[in-house]
Design a protein around this ligand. Structure first.
Ligand SMILES: Cc1cc2nc3c(=O)[nH]c(=O)nc-3n(C[C@H](O)[C@H](O)[C@H](O)COP(=O)(O)OP(=O)(O)OC[C@H]3O[C@@H](n4cnc5c(N)ncnc54)[C@H](O)[C@@H]3O)c2cc1C
Length: 457
């Protein structure tokens, strides 16, 4: 979008049609409105609408379509994958309505709600949502991409628990959708992300999980070889009540980190067990025996402490990420990962993570949905900080080399963890039948391609 074209846009019409603020790039509030978690992509949309509700979203979508702009949506900026030129960006951060019904075990979250708010509202009732590794992530973006969290091997993807949602489709209509009212749209949005509309609120089931036994154990990076090989043997033997991942982390010399971790290359074993603490300790014993931990944070804790499992960064930072699914994890695959990203690899990646999938993740949802990646036994995800011209080249290059190195074992993958894969590899994550149906539904609900998202008509 050129500056000239921006001037030609009748933004005053849009401002009159919505309750929330409207920003163009020259406005003082524009930068704050578009800046989210991932600082690697500072979006430069032609116009941003700070939506306050479904009517604002609908007016913005209709206005964008009238003026030949595409529409994108952002809540927190954790999942930003493009620079968002030539678009109207709907910013949902003001849409923070949240209600928890402890009797029905349901929560209803506006498009701007983050998991932390749901966790805290559900906790007094002994309930928990199917949030992911970081409670700072947005409920809607995470859930519509599938949503893989520490309860997932027992309960499945977050998208499997959605009961209803409200969505603004490309024609600007506000629709309330459930399995009975529009089974096709209900199927597609739970896994197909923003390709079919902008979700304004989402209702989903909560599970009874007041406490769990878990956390993270940090080991010296020099033991990465033994630890990763031990994990690939140990993890698949765990039951569905236990989730685990293991990460190679290049930690910064940050004084906010515990002293034994500052500036070190470490192995981070993550563990979440839904049964009792004694059983959790017994299950962990073989991994604890591999090496002396630098720091052991596994304990029984309330679900509200779940961020302690992954200890993801919370402050905005530049991120370049990529992920794939793996059908198996033989010794050769672990060796390939260590060659590209191990302690002697000079890798610029700051995180390389293997998550155990399987259990309920491998089974279809009670009401089928478009979640991709159920065939994968593991997820491999990596992330670098592309700060500065050297890292901006080295990080994507090494991430791509890592993904290439595990190609013999690759099996699909998760849309929410695909990172900067680009639209074609993301669309390839769905099997042929699901991809064909998604494209057919894209033609039905967004024939002019007003909305972005991985699915194209
Ligand atoms: C540090 C970190 C940890 C993560 N951990 C996990 C994890 O444990 N499990 C997991 O599954 N994923 C994880 N993710 C991936 C995350 O789920 C996705 O990036 C998700 O899309 C983020 O959603 P958001 O709303 O927070 O981000 P945003 O950048 O605001 O949105 C990302 C995308 O979500 C979609 N979206 C957002 N709002 C709407 C809406 N109202 N309607 C339709 N589509 C919408 C759009 O496609 C949008 O481009 C992680 C990401 C990061 C950066």
């Amino acid at each position: 979008m050129t500056t000239e074209a921006q001037r030609a846009l009748p933004v005053g019409d849009l401002a009159a049609a919505v309750d929330g603020p409207v920003f163009v790039p020259s406005d003082a509030g524009f930068g704050d409105e578009v800046t989210g978690f991932n600082l690697a992509h500072l979006p430069t949309p032609a116009v941003v609408v700070g939506a306050t509700g479904a009517q604002d979203v609908a007016a913005a979508v209709r206005w964008a379509a009238r003026h030949g702009l595409h529409v994108a949506v952002q809540a927190t900026g954790h999942g930003l994958t493009s620079d968002l030129d030539d678009v109207l960006l709907v910013s949902t951060r003001r849409m923070t309505d949240l209600a928890v019904d402890p009797v029905a075990r349901l929560a209803r979250a506006g498009a701007g709600v983050r998991w932390r708010a749901v966790i805290d509202a559900a906790a007094p009732h002994g309930l928990a949502p199917l949030n992911g590794s970081s409670s700072g992530i947005g409920v809607v973006g995470y859930t519509t991409g599938g949503g893989l969290g520490p309860l997932a091997r027992r309960h499945g993807f977050a998208a499997d628990h959605v009961t209803r949602f409200e969505i603004v489709t490309a024609d600007g209509r506000v629709r309330q959708v459930d399995a009975a009212s529009d089974p096709d749209l209900f199927w597609a949005v739970r896994g197909g992300r923003e390709s079919f509309g902008i979700v304004t609120w989402i209702e989903f089931g909560l599970v009874a999980q007041p406490r769990f036994h878990g956390g993270g154990i940090f080991f010296p990076g020099e033991r990465a070889d033994r630890l990763l090989h031990a994990w690939r043997d140990w993890a698949p033997r765990l039951g569905e009540d236990t989730s685990t991942s293991i990460a190679l982390l290049a930690l910064p010399p940050d004084p906010a980190l515990p002293p034994p971790l500052q500036g070190r290359f470490v192995v981070h074993l993550r563990f979440a067990h839904l049964g009792d603490a004694g059983e959790g300790e017994r299950l962990l014993a073989p991994m604890r025996a591999i090496a002396e931990p630098l720091l052991d944070g596994v304990a029984e804790m309330p679900w509200a402490g779940v961020d302690a499992v992954h200890m993801d960064p919370t402050a905005p930072m530049p991120v370049w990420d990529r992920g794939v699914g793996l059908g198996s994890l033989p010794a050769e695959a672990v060796d390939a990962i260590l060659t590209e990203a191990g302690p002697d690899s000079s890798s610029p990646l700051v995180l390389v993570e293997l998550r155990l999938l399987g259990g309920a993740l491998a089974r279809p949802a009670a009401v089928p949905n478009a979640v991709a990646g159920r065939d994968a036994a593991f997820s491999l995800y990596c992330l670098g900080v592309p700060a500065g011209p050297e890292a901006a080249v080295a990080v994507p290059a090494r991430a791509t080399a890592l993904i290439e190195a595990v190609r013999p074992w690759t099996a699909g993958g998760l849309v929410a963890l695909a990172g900067q894969a680009g639209p074609d590899p993301v669309v390839a994550l769905w099997d042929d039948d699901d991809r064909a149906l998604l494209r057919e539904l894209k033609r039905r609900y967004d024939p002019a391609g007003v909305l972005g998202g991985p699915v194209r008509a």
